[in-house]
Design a protein around this ligand. Structure first.
Ligand SMILES: CC(C)(COP(=O)(O)OP(=O)(O)OC[C@H]1O[C@@H](n2cnc3c(N)ncnc32)[C@H](O)[C@@H]1OP(=O)(O)O)[C@@H](O)C(=O)NCCC(=O)NCCS
Length: 189
């Protein structure tokens, strides 16, 4: 199957979470955690300063839903009926059948396995329903929590990309992880 068969982002469901399209109505929940400097410590984006920043982000997400770049899910906590994070595929290179995964979660929900649960759902969707062959993830060296998420979902550490990203004014070494379709098929048996 190809990307063009997915003009609408499908809803993904796991035990505790629903992953769905974001809307502008998610702005207050998004702002609540995206304004937290600890959440933004290792991200490419700065903490949101106002609700307007969250609207700008959501508008870019909504625009991307109209293009093949639009695979960014809002993570909804089923019991709390609240947006608690995002998880999505970025930099999808159709000719090489790979994409990169990116995510962030509200701080009160850290350490309870919510992001591994979300990433597993996105990876399963990707290998079951699209023609992706490889999903990569990168994190800064001190971001142990993100590295652990990738290890927990079966992504393999492939090395350190020296000064690969220029983020917030300086170059950063990045840890590279990836899972191949064949890795996922073995894990799913
Ligand atoms: C990275 C992140 C998504 C992890 O999500 P999560 O759902 O908390 O993941 P897990 O529950 O599997 O915990 C992963 C690791 O976080 C660390 N951790 C656990 N509780 C924590 C807490 N309260 N505070 C900080 N780190 C914590 C532990 O090292 C844990 O690994 P372990 O289970 O082997 O002990 C989340 O910390 C986050 O959103 N961080 C800010 C945004 C970000 O860095 N995004 C990734 C950019 S590459």
């Amino acid at each position: 199957m190809t990307l063009t068969l997915y003009p609408d982002l499908p809803i993904l469901e796991s035990d505790r979470l629903i992953l769905r399209k974001m809307t502008l109505e998610d702005a207050p929940d998004l702002f609540e955690y995206a304004s937290d400097p600890e959440v933004a410590q290792y991200t490419t984006w700065y903490p949101h300063q106002s609700l307007e920043d969250s609207h700008i982000f959501l508008n870019s997400v909504l625009e991307n839903y109209q293009t093949p770049k639009g695979f960014n899910w809002g993570i909804i906590h089923k019991d709390h009926s609240k947006l608690i994070g995002t998880c999505g595929l970025v930099d999808w290179v159709q000719s090489d059948h790979y994409a990169e995964i990116g995510y962030a979660l509200a701080r009160p929900y850290w350490g309870q396995g919510y992001m591994p649960e979300s990433v597993k759902a996105v990876v399963a969707f990707s290998f079951q329903e699209t023609d992706l062959n490889r999903i990569e993830g990168r994190c800064k060296l001190p971001n142990h929590a993100s590295a652990r998420v990738m290890e927990k979902v079966g992504m393999k550490f492939e090395g350190i990309l020296r000064q690969q990203m220029f983020i917030k004014g300086s170059f950063h070494d990045m840890k590279l992880y990836a899972i191949l379709r064949e890795d996922w098929e073995k894990l799913s048996k």
